[in-house]
Design a protein around this ligand. Structure first.
Ligand code: ADP
Length: 150
């Protein structure tokens, strides 16, 4: 089963996605977690990713597609996976579509998202960066709801 978790920051995609992955006995994949790990690497790619994460900006599509394809090609994904964080834009799904069978949409208000993220205390969870990421979510990611609805 190939499942996509969709929804704004703080809606619970990772919490619910991990539980669902455990239940289905498939891997939970988070592009955000992958990029945070990459941002800690002491090389050119690590520096580039860190710079983008620190500004609340999306990582470029080429690198994102490469990272996702590589992960999905691994053996443990053969029976499916629960994806959190990809695709994030219509352009991304046009470049590479993992072929989801189920899309789960979790929704909360921006106000509730901001409250929750503030408590999380992740490095990119400052008020400014939360607002930036929510703006990008509404502009770039929300159109995917219509795409998958159709
Ligand atoms: P959040 O949902 O709070 O933004 P994530 O852990 O999903 O947190 O993502 C953290 C960061 O990783 C994003 O702000 C973005 O920079 C990067 N990222 C994650 N997924 C993608 C993606 N599909 N395309 C581009 N950048 C991504």
């Amino acid at each position: 089963m190939k499942v996509l978790m969709l929804g704004p920051q703080g809606s619970g995609k990772s919490t619910q996605g991990k539980l669902l992955a455990e239940f289905l006995d498939v891997p939970y994949i988070s592009t955000g977690e992958t990029f945070r790990k990459m941002a800690g690497q002491d090389d050119e790619v690590g520096e580039r990713v860190k710079g983008l994460l620190d500004q609340g900006q999306l990582v470029d599509d080429d690198l994102t597609a490469e990272v996702v394809k590589k992960r999905l090609n691994q053996k443990d994904c053969s029976a499916g996976f629960v994806m959190d964080g990809y695709p994030r834009t219509l352009q991304q799904v046009e470049v590479f579509d993992p072929g989801f069978e189920i899309v789960i949409y979790l929704d909360i208000s921006d106000e509730e998202a901001t409250n929750r993220l503030f408590k999380r205390k992740r490095e990119d969870d400052t008020l400014e960066l939360i607002q930036e990421r929510l703006t990008i979510y509404h502009r770039e990611t929300e159109p995917l709801l219509k795409y998958y609805d159709e």
